[in-house]
Design a binder for this molecule. Sequence first.
Ligand code: C5P
Length: 286
Amino acid sequence: MILLQETAPGKLNLTLDILGVRPDSYHELEMVMVSVSLCDTLSLELETGEPWTVVCNVPGIPDGPDNLCWKAAQIYFDAAGTDPKGLRIQVEKRIPAQAGMAGGSSDAAAVLRALNRHFGRFSDEALRGLGLRVGSDVPYCLFGGVALAKGRGEILTRLPSLPDKLCFLLAKPSFSVSTPALFREIDAVGVSARPDTTAMCRAIASGDCGAIGGCLQNAFEPLVAARYPAVETLRQAMLAHGARGARLTGTGSVVFGLFDDSTAAQTARDALRGICPTVHLCTAIS
Ligand code: C5P
């Protein structure tokens, strides 16, 4: 039996803009993304001689072909023209699910990375192509770090690392949002909050935490915040406790705050615990 292990970092959207609907009915996006230290860990056993299975420490995660890890492995072995003769994927989840942090996509990317490290069949670019067949966020999750993502999310440009000391506070409210439903809704009402992506790229290049915080923006936030007051409550609480900026990530429901350092973020975390039971501190990884 072969055992492979891999970590799957979560992601945050420093910006998210929706530029239009594409002929394939996906949306043309422009996003600045960052990988964070809050991660899932995966173990893959090959040649188990048993039917495929996905096991997860968190209830409610699909354990069959609907699981993105399973889908990624299926796509990898189909493309490679090989059979692992049994596969068991074990996922230890820490990234909140349905949170806008690409937890499922990052797990799928980790499966592709682990398999390709072992079998070495595909270039990085070809692997991202396989990832796109699993989901729009998977190519970025393979690419990792600070990046500008365009197209469906698969056209990726590397950006400079964020300042070393910078720290994120994540707060996960209890609601969750359907991504396809939210895309349909924004098509109907239009984008009202548009990030200045160029200014964000400039702020990142300058390494100025305050400038980066000032450029955080997410086109989905007004819609989600109008329905769920917790978004604005958490944002205001983070700003009142020293955040340089605070936003929804992806389609939510995680709200994150950006802090100069871990001391500032810890103070805010202690203050937020009273209003949100699920809070995490994490750093950017490049
Ligand atoms: O690609 P993925 O399956 O992760 O996308 C989930 C849903 O998000 C799609 O079905 C679509 O409704 C929406 N989406 C989109 N445009 C993108 C990415 C996702 O409309 N670029």
